[in-house]
Design a protein around this ligand. Structure first.
Ligand SMILES: NC(=O)c1ccc[n+]([C@@H]2O[C@H](COP(=O)([O-])OP(=O)(O)OC[C@H]3O[C@@H](n4cnc5c(N)ncnc54)[C@H](OP(=O)(O)O)[C@@H]3O)[C@@H](O)[C@H]2O)c1
Length: 277
């Protein structure tokens, strides 16, 4: 399946649909290969302004012209959106790639009428700046070329990992999906504490953000594990050790484990709710 011969159709041209389509354009896909159906006039205008693409009025018409459909709409809109595209998806045996948080493959499959190749993806908000982290799950009907295609779409906005079991997408949701909020909360707290100790807000913000960015970059580029890197910056009797002692007294690792479990549980609860007919 050579990508040069394929057309991709996005149902939804909001934040995520636009980011993915923009990533594909930057990765050499031709504008005529990317179709976007968007029913909100403001979003249509944004797609035209930011990507130079004119949106399709109807996802049903668009589905008749594409090889893969990317579902990039809010979970509560998914069932009605699928009603518009199901006939074409069945007739053309389209690959369906859903980035919709929480809705399970079996529910998407049921709404589509059954028997289709479906990939679920869980990206995260840094995808909006090309640094996303996405978990992917494919059902048994997805062929190897379709897996490659789904992966290449998400790789346009960051890194991807494949999961063998769909239930692990709930853990991915808790780790990388919700993860930006955890790191932002740490940044918020550090910045506030530094301002309380006399730094100007601008200085505190710059140092906080660059430290987060630099640490992630260093950990990504290093062969050492984060625990080892941390030990190397924690000299005995030094300032870092004193701070780490305080974090351990408050059981920061235990608290993060509890937070992750709570998010995974919530993801499973939402999947139950969203999959109801
Ligand atoms: N943003 C993230 O970082 C992120 C991360 C992981 C997963 N996701 C998932 O990605 C999905 C999309 O998120 P988003 O932030 O891009 O949403 P969004 O900005 O609300 O974009 C969705 C767009 O699709 C339109 N739409 C709804 N139904 C449609 C239909 N049947 N045909 C054509 N257009 C339709 C909506 O119009 P109206 O506003 O008029 O309804 C809206 O403009 C969500 O399911 C979310 O769970 C997002």
């Amino acid at each position: 399946m050579a990508t040069k011969e394929l057309n991709i159709g996005f149902v939804g041209g909001g934040n995520m649909g636009r980011s993915l389509a923009g990533g594909l354009l930057e990765n050499g896909w031709a504008p005529e290969q990317i179709l976007i159906a968007e029913h909100n006039p403001d979003q249509r205008e944004a797609v035209l302004r930011l990507l130079g693409l004119a949106c399709e009025q109807s996802s049903a018409t668009m589905a008749a012209k594409v090889d893969v459909l990317v579902l990039a709409i809010k979970p509560q809109d998914l069932k009605s959106a699928i009603e518009e595209i199901a006939a074409s998806a069945q007739q053309r045996k389209l690959l369906v790639l859903s980035i919709v948080a929480g809705v399970r493959e079996q529910d998407i499959q049921r709404w589509l009428g059954g028997g289709l190749a479906i990939v679920r993806a869980m990206p995260n908000t840094p995808a909006l700046v090309g640094s996303g982290a996405t978990g992917l799950y494919a059902n048994a009907l997805v062929s190897e070329p379709q897996r490659d295609l789904a992966e290449s779409i998400l790789r346009a906005v960051g890194i991807t990992v494949w999961l063998d079991e769909e239930s692990l997408l709930d853990v991915v949701t808790a780790l990388s999906g919700s993860g930006p909020a955890y790191y932002l909360m740490v940044m918020e707290a550090l910045e506030k504490a530094a301002v309380a100790q006399g730094l100007t807000p601008a200085t505190a913000r710059l140092l906080t953000l660059e430290t987060a960015y630099g640490t992630a970059k260093m950990a990504l580029e290093s062969r050492e594990e984060p625990a080892q890197l941390r030990r190397r910056v924690t000299s005995p009797g030094g300032t870092t050790e004193r701070a780490i002692d305080v974090l351990n007294q408050g059981d920061m690792p235990g608290l993060l484990a509890k937070a992750l479990t709570a998010a995974t549980t919530r993801s499973r609860e939402l999947a139950e709710l969203l999959g109801q007919d």
